[in-house]
Design a protein around this ligand. Structure first.
Ligand code: GSF
Length: 202
């Protein structure tokens, strides 16, 4: 099994954390679709990372499909509950966390365009999504030790990767101060080798 992705992508990090939590060996090929020599469009027509290349050469994308697949084919350290209302709740947490990453990545890319082509309105719109998403997360987490209660699940992994991406790209959004319960969760997750070994670099 080979994972293709970059060292900064939160979606790639989510997959790496799941593979580490499940103790699965894999090859990791660093490739960013933003580099001229990228091979990503040859394996994923959408030209996006992560891609998980299975042993029979099937390319799996996107990160939500990959993590659900990994969890479904391994019996240990289950990260999703079996199909029921709780599983939908885990997937909603993931949709929320990924949505924050989508808004953050979009605002970051916009800010990298030449100054006179940038849309301040677009960036503000994306930042509003991030701020509202963080408020919603903090409200839903409340005083629970983990998103789904007492056990770590894919919900925490998705939330942790989104928070880590904000630390990397939007350090000015001080969610640690406005949402101390999220800061507590993040600190707890960072003690896990799966998180500590995949801190975004770039
Ligand atoms: C998002 C992947 C994505 O946007 C998933 O896998 O969960 N819903 C998908 N990846 C970005 C890199 S990043 O922002 O992490 C990507 O590959 N962008 C290249 C492009 O051309 O859009």
């Amino acid at each position: 099994m080979k994972l293709i992705g970059s060292l900064t992508s939160p979606y790639v990090r989510k997959v790496r954390i799941v593979l580490a939590e499940k103790k699965i060996d894999y090859d990791f090929e660093v490739d960013s679709p933003w580099t001229p020599e990228t091979q990503v469009p040859n394996i994923n027509p959408l030209g996006k990372i992560p891609v998980l290349l299975l042993d029979d050469d099937t390319p799996l994308f996107d990160s939500r499909v990959i993590v659900e697949y990994i969890d479904s084919v391994t019996p240990n350290n289950k990260l999703f509950p079996s199909p029921n209302r709780e599983r939908t709740e885990v997937k909603r947490w993931e949709a929320l966390a990924d949505g924050i990453c989508d808004a953050a990545a979009s605002a970051f890319l916009e800010s990298k365009r030449p100054k006179k082509e940038q849309s301040a309105d677009w960036i503000a719109r994306q930042r509003d999504k991030i701020v509202r998403g963080l408020e919603f997360m903090a409200e839903e987490l409340g005083e629970k030790p983990f998103c789904m209660g007492t056990h770590v699940s894919l919900a925490d992994i998705a939330v942790g990767t989104a928070l880590g991406y904000l630390v990397l790209r939007f350090a000015d959004i001080n969610w640690q101060e406005s949402h101390p319960n999220l800061a507590k969760l993040y600190a707890k997750l960072m003690l896990r080798p799966s998180f500590a070994d995949t801190i975004p670099q770039g």
